[in-house]
Design a protein around this ligand. Structure first.
Ligand code: DLL
Length: 441
């Protein structure tokens, strides 16, 4: 166990039998509350001739119906809430890729749990009271800003609620306010590093030590890039609005998988096609059941996030299990000439080339009924002055790295520095121009 465990982090270290007993009691309670209060859940249980009392062991979770994102849309806005609205003290919403947003609600107790898991997240990444956190996640309907805010305050850190965007001001604050930790999306952090460097300052000089990055997929290669370029230690934090927001899981100082706060979130990995539960270590779709949520409990929520459970104890001593970093969303998979391609594979390949900069985008088009892919990568300022022959060599090596990783020859185009849109929140890596409807993800 780490020395100086924060009292709220004690559940991270529960003995496994005790954790399973707690999970079962909480699962039974959640199922009963959903049965009593959520119409579509009760109907689905009744169709299966299943009663809450049939949940006798944790394995019985497999008997319960899945909840899909479409269920949230179909019952928009409040159809899955399990408490009367007068008990709901906060709403957040996540913008879907199509149509209406999904709306999630919290009781006072839910906010308490959320702050607590966020406190545990920051503590796992090595933050303490006395740290000064620049919170550059967006405040508003997005869960990132307020979720991080209350967790860090509860830890006793000093929170700077700067929200996303306004990069010049972010840099001023980082320079002048004694910032020791920062949270934002990894893509926005890369933008910050770039801007700091452009101002003639080395990022290391700023005194920031810890970065808590999530809300979008990023790769191990990207972590290496970030740590090398900024001198900070970069941690991966995971969460989704439907479950609570950020704080479902985070890496500890070992940086070897994300601990899931299993006393609040029951996890399963299933085959995304069949829904069959997969063994630890096998990659599949993460499915989460909330164990303590009151306003918006979720039973077997299909996250579409692809990962696997890491078997075995973490060197940090936490007993709550870990998952591998999210490889991608199942719906981000592109099928090009019969080959499955994930954006994260392209990112890893690009960053394996020394000269590469992490600003890239993937363009999907359709020609003659066939899907075409192209990768655009920004040149660095130095490369821009290079001779054509040198640029061709970089381009060739990038294409070879992609072919090596993905097994597909993909055209790579070097584009001028600063021509790919920088994100202040979640990056849009894939520009899909295959249909008339320009669907930008
Ligand atoms: O992104 C919550 C959050 C805020 C997480 C701040 C971490 C930090 P949503 O907007 O509902 O919530 O998006 C959730 O984002 O299902 C994943 O596909 C993706 N995602 C979130 N964290 C990670 C991560 C917030 N660390 C969706 N790695 C999730 C990869 C992530 N993907």
């Amino acid at each position: 166990m780490e020395p100086d465990i924060h009292p709220e982090s004690i559940p991270d270290y529960l003995e496994s039998g005790e954790l399973r007993r707690l999970q079962l009691a909480r699962l039974q309670d959640t199922v009963q509350r959903c049965y009593n209060n959520v119409d579509i859940f009760r109907q689905r249980m009744d169709e299966r001739v299943l009663k809450p009392s049939d949940i006798r062991t944790l394995n019985d979770v497999a008997k319960l119906p899945f909840t899909q994102k479409t269920d949230l849309r179909d019952t928009y806005p409040y159809g899955l809430f399990a408490v009367p609205m007068k008990e709901v003290v906060r709403l957040h919403a996540s913008s879907g890729t199509t149509g209406k947003p999904i709306v999630v609600g919290y009781t006072k107790d839910d906010l308490d749990v959320w702050s607590s898991v966020m406190l545990r997240s920051f503590a796992a990444a090595g933050m303490q009271s006395g740290d000064v956190l620049q919170n550059a996640y967006g405040y508003g309907l997005f869960t990132g800003g307020l979720g991080a805010h209350y967790g860090a305050e509860r830890l006793g850190a000093t929170v700077i609620p700067i929200s996303g965007g306004n990069t010049e001001r972010q840099i001023l604050v980082m320079k002048d306010f004694g910032v020791t930790a920062i949270c934002c999306t990894p893509s926005y952090f890369i933008h910050l590093i770039e801007k700091v460097n452009a101002g003639g300052v080395q990022f290391e000089e700023l005194g920031v030590k810890i970065g808590i990055f999530g809300a979008e997929p990023w790769t191990e290669a990207m972590r290496e890039y970030i740590q090398r370029e900024s001198g900070i230690k970069a941690f991966d934090i995971y969460g989704l609005s439907e479950i609570i927001g950020p704080g479902v899981g985070i890496e500890c100082v070992e940086q070897n998988g994300l601990h899931i706060f299993e006393d609040h979130f029951l996890m399963e990995i299933v085959n995304p096609e069949t829904g069959e539960i997969l063994a630890d270590g096998t990659e599949g779709e993460l499915v989460i059941t909330t164990l303590t949520k009151q306003a918006f409990p979720m039973i077997r929520y299909r996250t579409h996030d692809i990962t696997s459970i890491i078997a075995g104890r973490c060197a940090c001593g936490r007993t709550v299990r870990r998952i591998k970093r999210i490889r991608s969303r199942s719906d981000d998979m592109m099928i090009i000439r019969g080959v499955n391609v994930f954006p994260s594979q392209i990112e890893a390949a690009l960053l394996s080339i020394e000269e590469a900069v992490p600003h890239y985008q993937i363009l999907l088009t359709r020609k003659g009924g066939l899907d075409q892919i192209e990768v655009q990568v920004e040149m660095t300022g130095e490369m821009f002055g290079d001779r054509i022959r040198e640029l061709e060599s970089v381009q060739k090596r990038l294409a070879q790295a992609i072919e090596h990783t993905v097994g597909l020859r993909v055209p790579v185009h070097l584009v001028e520095p600063h021509t790919i849109l920088r994100s202040e929140g979640k990056a849009k890596r894939v520009i899909d121009q295959r249909s008339k409807r320009k669907d930008v993800r």
